[in-house]
Ligand binder design. Structure first.
Ligand SMILES: Nc1ncnc2c1ncn2[C@@H]1O[C@H](COP(=O)(O)OP(=O)(O)OP(=O)(O)O)[C@@H](O)[C@H]1O
Ligand SMILES: CC(C)(CO)[C@@H](O)C(=O)[O-]
Ligand code: BAL
Length: 288
């Protein structure tokens, strides 16, 4: 089986990408923090289907974690990740040291666009500046033609889309659908923190989203009523802490009161000590 080609030095990878592009090849990049699962692999598959070379970056970015978050315990499973990536050919994998991405003394940062302020941004106020900064650096290391992000982190992909537009970054941002476990739980590297009991509780997130989508399909237009029911079902499943639950405009991420066009239902909860996010795009019957 072909093995992924691993790069530690961003400038060496950049030179290889430039060379491939000079030969007329289209290059795709998939930024990740590793601990790969089928969600990540679906992004790589989309890149492999549309590009000649797929680059996957694996970097647990310290600046997007606040003190007290799970940076230290975030799963690091490089050998297994490379094994999973060997299904793609060619695949180039960037595994940089922190100093290669944040040269000693570096103080330049990207301030994330305003769309970063609500929801995740309200609970993780420094998070999106860290994400925007590292993603721009990864784009510099990997000047790909297209970059693939999951809708699972809905607000993140909106932040990246706006950053790319605002900073004139010459890369196409491609959004890929959420990959779920058979029972509906959105795949996430953090699912491995869950005990069997917590896993059961976590299932109420996707069940709640599906139920909300069905209610919208059946004609519910009140976001308040929808959120009320969803909160009740999360609570009765045993979810104590809900960071946010929202019906929002998918473009602006502003709250919507009356559902008359496509909305995104956004949710972030804590199951035990694990923080999970999920979302669903839903259109009312009249707008289909
Ligand atoms: N279930 C999924 N379906 C589709 N894309 C996903 C899924 N999970 C993660 N991704 C995407 O993979 C990329 C890397 O995400 P990341 O490494 O943070 O994975 P994660 O599983 O979301 O981890 P975390 O537990 O940190 O949220 C992001 O673009 C993210 O949206
Ligand atoms: C985009 C990203 C790789 C930046 O560190 C991270 O936020 C993620 O894995 O979603
Ligand atoms: N998927 C976003 C990475 C993070 O939670 O830090």
């Amino acid at each position: 089986m072909p093995q992924p080609q691993v790069f530690h030095d961003p400038s060496q990878l950049r030179a290889e990408i430039r060379q491939a592009q000079a030969e007329g090849k289209r290059v795709g990049v998939v930024p990740t923090m590793g601990a790969l699962h089928e969600g990540h692999l679906s992004l790589a598959a989309e890149s492999a289907a549309t590009c000649d070379v797929t680059v996957v970056t694996i970097f647990v970015n310290p600046t997007q974690f606040a003190p007290g978050e799970d940076f230290a315990k975030y799963p690091r499973t490089l050998e297994a990740d490379l094994q999973l990536l060997s299904r793609f050919d060619p695949v180039w994998v960037l595994v940089p040291e922190v100093e290669a991405i944040y040269p000693p003394g570096s103080t330049t940062v990207v301030k994330a666009p305003k769309i970063a302020l609500p929801w995740e941004g309200a609970f993780r106020p420094t998070h999106f500046d860290g994400v925007a900064t590292v993603v721009l650096k990864l784009f510099q290391a990997c000047p790909a033609d297209a970059a693939f992000f999951g809708q699972k982190d809905f607000q993140q992909v909106r932040v990246i889309e706006e950053m790319v537009r605002d900073l004139l970054v010459p890369i196409e941002v491609v959004r890929c659908p959420i990959v779920r476990e058979e029972d509906g739980l959105a795949m996430s590297s953090r699912n491995r923190y869950l005990s069997a009991e917590e896993r059961e509780v976590a299932l109420s997130i996707s069940l709640g989203l599906n139920d909300a989508a069905e209610r919208i399909a059946a004609g519910e237009t009140s976001a308040e009523s929808l959120l009320h029911k969803m909160e009740a079902s999360l609570r009765s499943a045993g979810i104590g802490e809900i960071d946010y639950l929202a019906v929002a405009d998918p473009r602006t991420l502003e709250s919507v009161q009356t559902i008359s066009a496509e909305v995104v239902i956004l949710v972030a909860v804590r199951v035990g000590t694990t923080r999970l996010i999920d979302n669903m795009l839903v259109s009312p019957p009249a707008s289909n």
